[in-house]
Design a binder for this molecule. Sequence first.
Ligand code: FAD
Length: 482
Amino acid sequence: MQKFDAIIIGSGPNGLAAAITLQQQGLRTLLFEGADTIGGGMRTKELTLPGFRHDVCSAIHPMALASPFFRSLPLAAFGLSFIKPDYAAAHPLHNGETGLLYHSLAETVRGLGADGEAYRRLVEQVIVHWDELAPDIMGPLSLPKHPLRLARFGLDALQPASWTAKRFTTAKAKALWAGMAAHGIQPLSNWTTSAIAIVLSAIGNKYGWQIPVGGSQSIADALLRYYQSLGGEVQTDYWLQDIRELPPHQVLLCDITPRQLLQLKGTGLTAGYRRRLQRYRQGMGVFKVDWALAEMTPFKDLRCQQAATVHLGNTYAEIAEGERLGHLGKRVERPFVLFSQQSAFDPGRAPQGRHTGWAYCHVPQGSTVDYTALIEDQVERFAPGFKDTILARHTFSPAQLEQYNPNYVGGDINGGIMDITQLYSRPILALNPYRTSVENMYICSSSTPPGGGVHGMCGYQAARKALKEHFGIVVNGWSAGQ
Ligand SMILES: Cc1cc2nc3c(=O)[nH]c(=O)nc-3n(C[C@H](O)[C@H](O)[C@H](O)COP(=O)(O)OP(=O)(O)OC[C@H]3O[C@@H](n4cnc5c(N)ncnc54)[C@H](O)[C@@H]3O)c2cc1C
């Protein structure tokens, strides 16, 4: 059997990033995937009707654009391009106002009126110093390279979003902030939920909440082409159940969650490490709907049609209550809905004159409740007539999402809750959280720092550790392999 220097199980953004980082150093690597195509959370498929191309999972990519690792790769040369809608996010309220995250700090500040300066104070430092902050924010706990900047960020970021929201006086700014923080999929009263709001807003202002031409599949395709151009090898269509089924290899990197790692046979993990992984906690799940639509969604405020993402949850109080109930495992009557309309910007996603809709809401972990009607009610609230435009729909319950991709345990799309106890100590509290108890086995999924989202930084960081510890190769900075 052929021998590999490294095998990577799972081809999500982190598996691909790990594989590329190792392959860039001239190792012989194999990327191993259970599904029939690579990509993990970056796939685009005809889920509803012919000609309607839906992002199965991720759709909007501020994290990919802000990722120091992805930025170091020549992905444009491998076919990846992005579209920047007029607005990063729109947040309509029942009172007729709409909060807008623009692709510029100045415009966002202006749009927030009386609360503009409070917003500026929360995000400006991160926008200006992102290049210095990103390696510290998007890596494991370590001695920070820029301690003062990180401390300045941490002062606000560590706080619950429920606290930082109090710096705003208007319903519009409070709601916009709640929507940003709710991407963390946890109660807004949790510590560090401000970090999520600050980072997503700041990188929205700096890089944009952009949409890949052709869908998130295009990111996977460009990463794959680049990886293969370096000589990387790929095996799809094989769900690994036992490590001993793999060809001989020196190191193994696993783009899977702790639960899957525990289920894999033949790993040789120690009992102590297993116990620590068993304590790892999942977050809320999501319920997702994709629609084939006869026309653009008829938002009352037409600016919402020009936003990459529309946050449908009305006020701060409604969103906070929905996230609180979901976390407690209770039914959410008015869920916070994240809505996107990719075909408005990328016409190839739908037949001429038709449109796609993509939305999900946060629900209790593993919930079996059908949230389709509640999600559609929420869209209809801000876009009367929406339901009449639906030609077909496809839904994913938390269980169906997990069936589609076992990394989404109980519908948890972040690979485990990203609260203060697990934000950096994922999957365990350790200086090197990527290494398992087996010397040559690493975990590199979003269940490691810095967590969920399409940015590849978990995979990059895990691969760096493996390179150093097993091949004596030190990769510094973000220009690796260029
Ligand atoms: C509905 C939804 C919407 C989202 N929206 C966004 C968004 O807009 N923007 C954003 O940045 N992020 C978004 N995300 C989150 C993002 O997709 C994930 O955080 C990201 O994909 C995690 O990357 P990963 O590499 O850790 O794992 P994944 O992308 O989940 O990849 C893991 C891979 O491992 C494979 N695998 C698992 N077990 C095995 C096995 N035993 N054998 C072989 N292969 C195996 C799986 O098939 C999968 O391909 C969304 C996710 C979902 C589900």
